[in-house]
Design a protein around this ligand. Structure first.
Ligand SMILES: [Fe+2]
Length: 199
């Protein structure tokens, strides 16, 4: 197996440090231990250029949000360096809970995982971007998931109240739990890591 490209490896190292530092819930820590242990072994990587969607124009303001913590700043800087080779895509499934501007107002990119820069099934690490005032639809999936949020914005688990993790906020989604997110008057940018091998 070829070595992992350097910009991807640097991003994953920064993600490992940031997730483990900020995702302090015991369930998150257990999940992250497995996720980043699996990621020590590279899988096949896709070459070529990335592709942006029109909504990605809001990335510029998302990148320059005021981040005071060094670990998070480094994660954002390495993501910014990697972003031009990512393929941004939209979610096609919408159960009717999304806002009317959802289709043009969001994009997801898988860094590692199916269809990602590094294609693999055992763990997924990706990012979601919402333009201001967009509500992502309720959704669920079998793998457990840890979020690390790098912007303002609100999140919801099950039928609970919406909450604001803030920059550096994190939460754990148990397998199968319904969840959603929505941006307020600024873009929402959040990383997520799924442990598929435990599902
Ligand atoms: Fe999710």
């Amino acid at each position: 197996m070829a070595a992992r490209r350097e910009d991807l490896q640097s991003f994953l190292e920064a993600a490992s440090i940031a997730f483990r530092q900020f995702a302090t819930a015991p369930s998150s820590q257990t999940s992250l231990q497995h996720i980043f242990a699996a990621l020590e072994k590279p899988c096949a990587q896709r070459g070529g250029a990335g592709s942006r969607l029109p909504v990605c124009e809001v990335l510029d303001s998302a990148f320059w949000v005021d981040i005071h913590h060094d670990t998070l700043r480094k994660l954002m800087d390495r993501f910014k360096a990697l972003e031009p080779i990512l393929e941004w895509r939209t979610r096609t499934k919408n159960d009717g809970t999304a806002s009317a501007n959802f289709a043009e107002g969001h994009a997801n990119a898988i860094v590692v995982g199916p269809g990602g820069l590094e294609s693999r099934e055992d763990v997924w690490l990706g990012v979601s971007l919402l333009a201001p005032n967009v509500r992502y639809p309720d959704h669920d999936h079998a793998p457990e998931e840890v979020y690390l949020v790098l912007s303002q914005g609100e999140f919801r688990q099950g039928d609970g109240e919406w909450f604001s993790p803030g920059i550096g906020g994190s939460f754990y989604n148990a397998p199968g739990i319904k969840h959603a997110m929505r941006s307020l008057d600024t873009p929402l940018l959040a990383f997520w890591a799924l442990r598929v091998d435990a599902a």
